[in-house]
Design a protein around this ligand. Structure first.
Ligand SMILES: [Zn+2]
Length: 232
């Protein structure tokens, strides 16, 4: 049988690497992806295992580096247990779990969680932050926009970017910003607003940012350095 899915293991530079191998007759080349579930390898049905393993060995450095990065990211994810905490616009929120709670709800500095498992908790919390972002971010755009007029303000969950602006004048912001301090959120809002003037990162663009936020550099750096903290 050359089709279907198999769990396998290979040693790469002395380390055991488990992977899920999926073979398909339609594939022409070998594809690798690394996610929270580990390494997935998609390969053509006819490719001999030896050749496949040779390809994996030739990509060992990439696989091991990606795996280490992923581990750091997963370990940096906050605990979502009773008594642990998250941030909300930079301030701590204490997580408490209770039987009587049906859905995530905030009460001052406490965020109450329903009695569900860790992945369901994460999903519900993400939804909660998403709704909060929809409530908070348009107000910040309004407060900071000056004479600029975005056509729409939307909330997104694209992992790799804090915000974006397109040629239709639509601004998008990542809900994860709701975990960051207010001054970093404002920096991202100003950053995207200035793209309404210059849809690039030219010196003329940065002059627009500087005009509205003279200390943008420090905020930009802090977001770069601490960005990974603002996730769950
Ligand atoms: Zn930009």
């Amino acid at each position: 049988m050359r089709s279907g899915t198999q769990r396998r293991e290979i040693r790469l530079e002395g380390e055991a690497v488990h992977y899920v191998l999926r073979r398909s007759g339609r594939r022409r080349s070998v594809g690798l992806t690394l996610g929270p579930e580990g390494l997935r390898v998609n390969a053509p049905s006819r490719l001999p295992l030896q050749d496949l393993e040779e390809i994996l060995r030739s990509k060992a450095a990439w696989i091991l580096r990606k795996r280490a990065d992923l581990e750091i990211r997963l370990n940096a994810r906050p605990q979502l247990e009773d008594g642990s905490s998250l941030t909300y616009l930079g301030a701590p929120l204490l997580l408490r779990r209770a039987e009587r709670i049906k859905r995530v709800e905030r009460d001052g500095e406490v965020l109450w969680l329903p009695p569900v498992g860790p992945e369901e908790t994460r999903a519900q919390l993400r939804n909660w932050y998403l709704r909060e972002a929809r409530g908070y971010l348009p107000g910040r755009v309004d407060a900071l926009r000056g004479n600029l007029s975005p056509s729409r303000v939307l909330v997104s969950s694209a992992r790799k970017r804090w915000g974006s602006c397109n040629s239709r004048g639509e601004l998008r912001f990542n809900w994860r910003l709701m975990l960051a301090p207010r001054e970093l959120v404002d920096y991202v809002v100003v950053h995207e607003l200035c793209h309404l003037v210059e849809l690039n990162h030219s010196p003329a663009y940065w002059r627009q940012v500087e005009l509205r936020l003279p200390d943008w550099r420090a905020r930009h750096e802090e977001l770069r350095r601490r960005g990974f903290e603002f996730d769950l």
